[in-house]
Design a protein around this ligand. Structure first.
Ligand code: FES
Length: 247
């Protein structure tokens, strides 16, 4: 259906041009390779014979995660267990790691593959040491995420979906990461960097490359997500319980 719509639009655009109108019905967004990490690519270190098992330390965490769900709903632990497997595996999840998680949850391996392919938090192929996710959803786009992507591409010398030759960085575009109020932003590994400009993006990438400490959060004088007038609501200290337990 999308193809026939595209054909029709291309035809209308050409018709417009041949009639002397310089107007397009709609523009196609740039083709990106962010989904390159959500597909299985058979490699020497990712095939059905590549072994995977949780470490003893992580097996304790597996039990802790499973204990949060009723025994008959073990499959509810699928996402946290995939996350744990991915962290153990260096930021990406292999075929055998997904099989292991599926086995623990008592579900078909295909269900684990589907979930790992759907969520951008999971990478099904190897990534670099630092996983750079630049948000390009509307608020970030309106605040200049296009420039941030351009900066990352030119500074790292790679395209979206690629890894630098020194294996230091992998760059992807992602949808909203929930820090819109401090747009534009990017997430590198587990840290958010917000209120970005081209200059602060370059600075951060260089600091990370040289193993120097970075300033997490807003790269301006803004405190957390406060507006220009500072904090005007929620003036009391937050009370528990917090929604997440530390593993
Ligand atoms: S739109 Fe970028 S964080 Fe929400």
């Amino acid at each position: 259906m999308f193809r026939s719509l595209l054909k029709r639009t291309t035809f209308l655009n050409q018709l417009n041009k041949s009639n002397g109108f310089n107007r397009n019905y709609f523009k196609q967004s740039t083709l990106t390779r962010s989904d390159a990490l959500s597909r299985h690519v058979e490699t020497e270190d990712n095939n059905e014979h590549t072994p995977f098992d949780f470490t003893q330390e992580n097996l304790v965490k597996v039990e802790k995660i499973l204990a949060k769900y009723p025994k008959q709903y073990r499959q509810s632990a699928l996402i946290p267990l995939l996350d744990l497997a991915q962290r153990q595996n260096g930021g990406w999840i292999s075929l055998r790691a997904m099989d292991k998680v599926a086995h623990i949850c008592g579900i078909a391996p295909m269900t684990a593959y589907e979930v790992a392919s759907f969520y951008t938090m999971f990478n099904r192929t190897k990534i670099g040491e630092n996983f750079v996710q630049v948000c390009t959803t509307t608020p970030c786009m309106l605040r200049g995420s296009g420039e941030i992507i351009k900066t990352c591409k030119s500074h790292l010398g790679i395209q979206v979906g690629e890894t630098t030759p020194d294996n230091k960085f992998t760059l992807v575009e992602v949808e909203c990461l929930g820090a819109c109020v401090n747009a534009p932003m990017m997430c590198i590994n587990d840290d958010f960097y917000e209120d970005l400009t081209s200059a602060s993006t370059i600075n951060l990438l260089d600091q990370i490359k040289n193993n120097k400490p970075t300033k997490i959060g807003p790269q301006t004088h803004r405190k957390a997500a406060e507006g220009p007038q500072g904090k005007t609501t929620l003036l009391e200290p937050p009370v528990g319980p917090t929604c997440r337990d530390d593993l």
